[in-house]
Design a binder for this molecule. Structure first.
Ligand SMILES: [Zn+2]
Length: 140
């Protein structure tokens, strides 16, 4: 990026109370994301049955079987959310390696350190995100 364009971008970000992402910041986010991935993976390594301990013999009557099914469904949903988060973490880490981390996937502008600190896997800048949410409220 040309020096002048870079300065203009910094000024725009300053107006939003955001700072452009520095190389040092990217390294920090990389560490954060790697730690977050470890956390998710560490949790997912255990088999599903170990987490909730469902043994049909322990639940002889129907009510208990029903509640154990609910538990299973709940654990499944949790697992889905973990998988979703894991995919986002991996995408963010790939972007760091390609040097694309911190850029909004919609408008291409920098997402900003403040927003990334709150949500390191963020792919949209705050402007595009609120646009998307407005759209979702309209359609959903
Ligand atoms: Zn954007």
């Amino acid at each position: 990026m040309a020096q002048g364009a870079r300065r203009a971008l910094d000024e725009r970000l300053d107006q939003r109370g955001e700072k452009a992402l520095k190389k040092r910041d990217v390294q920090k986010f990389q560490k954060l994301l790697l730690a977050q991935r470890e956390q998710v993976l560490g949790h997912s390594k255990r088999p599903l049955s170990e987490e909730i301990q469902v043994d049909p013999d322990d639940f002889p009557d129907e009510i208990d079987i029903a509640s154990s099914e609910v538990n299973l469904q709940f654990a499944g949903r949790l697992r889905e959310r973990e998988q979703g988060l894991l995919a986002k973490i991996n995408t963010a880490l790939e972007k760091i390696e390609r040097g694309e981390y911190g850029a909004c996937i919609s408008c291409g502008e920098e997402i900003g350190v403040k927003r990334l600190k709150a949500r390191p896997v963020a792919e949209l800048c705050i402007d595009c995100k609120s646009e998307q949410e407005k759209l979702e409220r309209r359609t959903g």
